[in-house]
Each structure stands twice: as structure tokens, then as C-alpha cells.
Design a protein around this ligand. Sequence first.
Ligand code: FPP
Length: 244
Amino acid sequence: MTQPRIPHHVAIVMDGNGRWATRRYLPRVAGHKKGMDTLRACLRHCGERGIKVLTVFAFSSENWSRPADEVSGLMELLAVALAREIPQLRGEGVRVQFVGDRAPLSEKVRAGLAQAEADTASNNRLVFNVCFNYGGRWDIAQAAAKLAERGEPITEKSLGAALALAHVPDPDLIIRTGGEERLSNFLLWQAAYAELFFSERLWPEFDAAALDEALAAYASRERRYGMTSEQVAAPATPADRKAA
Ligand code: FPP
């Protein structure tokens, strides 16, 4: 039996934690805590399925405008995750990378992020990118600013290389849970050719079967990158390209 096509890089907008909690008369932060359990299970499942890169949207540049207790709850979750999860991830061959603007984070959190990255730097089974205080527009702007500062020409290649996610290939599959169908400033540049999958499930309910459903949908899609179906089915050989 042939193996289904597995995406190399999966990215997820983990939406629906707040609704999950509110429906249970719980504070929104309880939804984020439950979302953390889902994330842990999802990461394991990605590893088992042979996915090499998982990128998640944990805190957006816009999330600062949420109620203060929710923002501090998310910061606390991050601190707890660093202390509790990193030793485990280190043992499982996961390389953790934080992607986003660290400047507004506390000195203690910044040190924790750097330590987690250093502790897992030599791992290569799966790269786990946690987008924290991240926005797609922020990333494109910071990349352009970096090039301008160095006096380098701005091309697709140079800009792509200056982005915060330049250490991994673009996502093949972007999943959004929670029933909304938009990117919300996630991976704007990198989403150019990604397959999109929207799930009605709230993130805390996105289990292994739901992930498999998204992977099955991905495996059934044809990715054409601007070519025709015929070209995708029979890619041009170097000789064809010479003759053209
Ligand atoms: C969106 O749901 C979710 C977030 C803003 C946070 C996602 C965070 C986690 C899953 C926990 C992992 C966190 C860290 C710090 C590693 P929402 O609150 O917008 O849901 P709603 O649309 O139902 O209100």
C-alpha cells in the first residue's frame, strides 16, 4: 500500500479556546490551559505521522488588547510550558523555536525562551515553532527594515531569508480550528502556496482523529504552484526545458 502524502510543514491557528471555556461557564484562561493539553497531544501525533515542522500561533501581536487577566494568563502559561514541557520535548528530539517580537516581553520570559531554544538546539526529529507576539505584517516589516539597515537590495529571495521563519520551508498545510475561515495575520508571506484547512472544531477538541482528517484532505489535494494539472502529473525534464 502506498503511504499517503504527508506535509513536511503544518501550521495551526489554534482558535476556539475562549468559546470552549465560556460554554462551560469557565474563565477564558481555562480554555487556553485545555488548549495547551491539545497542543501537547497534537505535537506528539505530528511526530508519529512523520511531520517535520509544526508551527503554531500562540499569541498574536494583536492579542495584547485582550482583557489584562487573559494576557497575564497566557504569559503565565508560556512560563509554565517552558518549565514543564521543555525537558520532555528535549528528550523527544523536538527543536523548539520562538518566533515573534521579543522586545516587549519581560527579561525573565526572554531568558526562558533563549534557554529553551539552546536546550533543544541539537534536536532534529521535529522543529516546533511557537509564534508568540507574532504577526505576519510585523515579520515582513522587520525583514524589510533589516535589509534596509544593511543596505541590501530587497528581492523575494533576500526578504524571504530575513523573515523570522527563514529556518524552515514554507508551510504545506495551514489548519485553522474554531470555524472561522481567515488567516488573521498568520504567516502572510509563507502562506502563498499553502493548502488551507478549516475545522469547525474548537481547538481544545481538536484531537488526533481531527488532525488525521486534515492530513487526509491535504493528501487528496493537487498542488499546482501556478502550473497546469498535466504539468504537475508529468513534470518537465531538463531536456524539455531546454527545448522550450
Ligand atoms: C485563540 O483562541 C487562541 C489563543 C489566542 C491562544 C492559543 C494558546 C494556546 C493553545 C496555549 C498554548 C500557549 C502557549 C503560551 C504556548 P480564542 O481565545 O481566540 O478563542 P475564541 O475565538 O473562542 O475566543
